[in-house]
Ligand binder design. Structure first.
Ligand code: CA
Length: 235
């Protein structure tokens, strides 16, 4: 089994709840990263680039909303707010400030997992082109299984790194569209495009195209418009 799990950052100061959430997610096959305050959460978010954040609002150093604001400044990473607060206005405020969903404590593990799956699915499966039921995408000999985070060509698994997979998934969601360097960099690394990040993107793209067997001058999966960006070809 190839280890290519979704990474989930849990920011919660109450150890028993943090551990419960981590156990539920670990058991379901997710990779978890833990933080117990806003500043740790921010550090972990920047260094681990998780696929989803579960965020408590009542944290010891700052209100969790401030971390939500920080995440939303640079990233569309789904955020599920977790809080004992039952006040409707808190839920609306969190959603208005960019949270994807809201779970009120106490919650069941089934409910939490359902919210996590939905948030990951909504974030990853916006493509209409090539989309198949069951979270799959197909283009010629290539198939993406979004739930397993695996890419196949002619039925054989292509061994991609997490970052390479994220780039392929992003391009598939925008199949046929030219994605600028800046748009890809923002979606994948949550950064603005600089010389160094463009280099990083180009290295990843070169690896992906090599693994896909793309050859210069042929009808390939990925088109590169020099100085502009990349596109997953529908041809
Ligand atoms: Ca708390």
């Amino acid at each position: 089994m190839i280890q290519n799990k979704y990474k989930i950052l849990i920011v919660e100061d109450e150890a028993n709840i943090r551990n419960l959430v981590a156990t539920v997610l670990d058991t379901a096959g997710y990779q978890t990263i833990l933080a117990d305050c806003c500043s740790d959460g921010e550090t972990m978010f920047v260094s681990h680039i998780p696929d989803l954040v579960i965020l408590d609002l009542g944290l010891p150093d700052r209100d969790g909303m401030t971390l939500l604001d920080i995440i939303r400044k640079n990233s569309l990473c789904p955020v599920i707010v977790l809080s004992a607060r039952t006040d409707e206005s808190d839920k609306i405020e969190a959603l208005d400030r960019g949270a994807n969903d809201y779970v009120t404590k106490p919650f069941g593990s089934g409910e939490l997992l359902a919210r996590v799956r939905a948030a990951l699915r909504n974030n990853r499966h916006s493509a209409e082109e090539g989309r198949l039921p069951g979270g799959k995408f197909r283009l010629r000999d290539m198939e993406i299984d979004y739930d397993a985070r695996l890419v196949f060509i002619k039925g054989a698994v292509i061994r991609l790194t997490q970052t390479e997979y994220n780039i392929v998934a992003l391009l598939s969601e925008n199949c046929g569209k030219m994605m600028t360097y800046a748009a890809i960099i923002k979606a994948i690394w949550g950064e603005s495009a600089r010389e160094s990040t463009i280099k990083k993107l180009q290295v990843n793209m070169a690896n992906i195209r090599r693994k896909f067997g793309d050859k210069p001058g042929e009808a390939n999966y990925i088109a590169n418009e020099l100085g502009v960006g990349y596109r997953l070809n529908q041809l």
